[in-house]
Design a protein around this ligand. Structure first.
Ligand code: AHR
Length: 336
């Protein structure tokens, strides 16, 4: 038998957190992996989401909820509003409720060992999804499912190196890049900056002249871009760690009387529908894809770890890149 099946009524409100239960029919498996009884074999997953900061995150949340429903997994869902303390509270509440498995996308990389140890001591397996933690003890979680963020940064940098001549908008032989960073301390912000910096280092004419966090939000991207436009007199390129911040930057650039995609080149990461539309419209020049549709793989992994099966410690999602022409070909079928 699996651990207790949670009903919607069992969802707890912890502090300012909204924890909700979704989905949940029988999974049909006859599993014997642990737990404290209960009358059926439904898997209960506690999922601690980062927040709702971006189009990517909305698509990711929908994918997790839809896949749980399809797999017959009882999902307890919480939105941490981009605050680590909220995620920790949510994880503790899942431990208290004795769920079968906990999955979460850590808002920042560090500071997780204590709560992960609590889950381990309660014999509740943990799956990291989307973002990694920075811990020396990899026995604290079963696997990490998500993108290779360093590779995403490298891909952004490769496009710029290959298109360096066109990207020298001001024609002075130097390409000044302003970077809109994701949430400070978050794996995608750290890794996308690193991959990009390492790659552009091969071309001495490219330099990141200013870099600040826009917290992965459209408002943040707009605000930081407005300040860059005031403080920097020669911006050739914006590198935004996600589409939403790039879309915010577009608003700031247009408000300054400039043409995004021409007067200032824009590279982003994600490839959500709004970003892809801006790419087709010529306002963004290149997008590196980050796939948010992690739900089906997450449910498969959850079933395996709850059944006590060995899983790969790292599952990397497959992703691509889009030029303006490539985006035009796929925009109509884009799901999110
Ligand atoms: O962790 C994935 C990143 O988080 C996405 O690229 C970004 O849009 C989101 O907020």
């Amino acid at each position: 038998m699996l651990k207790k099946t949670m009903s919607a009524a069992a969802a707890l409100a912890v502090g300012s957190l909204a924890l909700t239960a979704c989905g949940g029919t029988s999974s049909g498996s006859d599993d014997a992996a642990g737990g404290s009884g209960g009358g059926d074999d439904t898997i209960t997953m506690g999922f601690a989401q980062v927040g709702a900061e971006s189009g990517w995150r909305t698509a990711n949340t929908q994918s997790v909820k839809d896949s749980a429903e399809e797999a017959g997994v009882e999902l307890l869902f919480s939105d941490a509003q981009q605050k680590q303390e909220n995620q920790i509270k949510a994880i503790r509440s899942y431990i208290q409720q004795d769920v079968d498995v906990i999955a979460f996308s850590p808002v920042v990389e560090t500071g997780w060992d204590a709560v992960l140890l609590e889950a381990k001591r309660a014999s509740i397996p943990v799956i990291l999804t989307d973002r990694a933690v920075d811990s020396e003890d990899d026995s604290l979680y079963e696997t990490f499912l998500g993108s290779d963020f360093v590779l995403e940064g490298e891909r952004a940098g490769e496009w710029l190196v290959e298109n360096a001549e066109d990207s020298d908008v001001n024609g002075d032989g130097s390409i000044n890049v302003v970077q809109l960073e994701g949430t400070t301390g978050a794996a995608p912000a750290i890794d996308r900056a690193e991959g990009f910096a390492d790659t552009i280092a091969s071309d001495g004419s490219i330099e990141v002249v200013a870099s600040q966090t826009g917290d992965f939000t459209r408002d943040g991207g707009k605000r930081v871009m407005e300040s860059f436009l005031n403080s920097e007199d020669d911006i050739d390129v914006v590198y935004a760690h996600n589409d939403d911040m790039g879309l915010g930057a577009i608003e700031a650039i247009e408000a300054a009387g400039l043409t995004p995609g021409e007067d200032i080149k824009i590279i982003t990461v994600d490839a959500v529908k709004d970003g892809m539309q801006a790419l087709v419209d010529g306002k963004i020049n290149y997008i590196v894809e980050c796939n948010p549709l992690l739900g089906p793989q997450l449910m498969d992994l959850a079933e395996q770890v709850v059944a006590g099966e060995e899983v790969e410690p790292r599952v990397v999602t497959e992703e691509t890149t889009f030029t303006q022409e490539e985006a035009a070909e796929v925009i109509d079928e884009r799901q999110y």
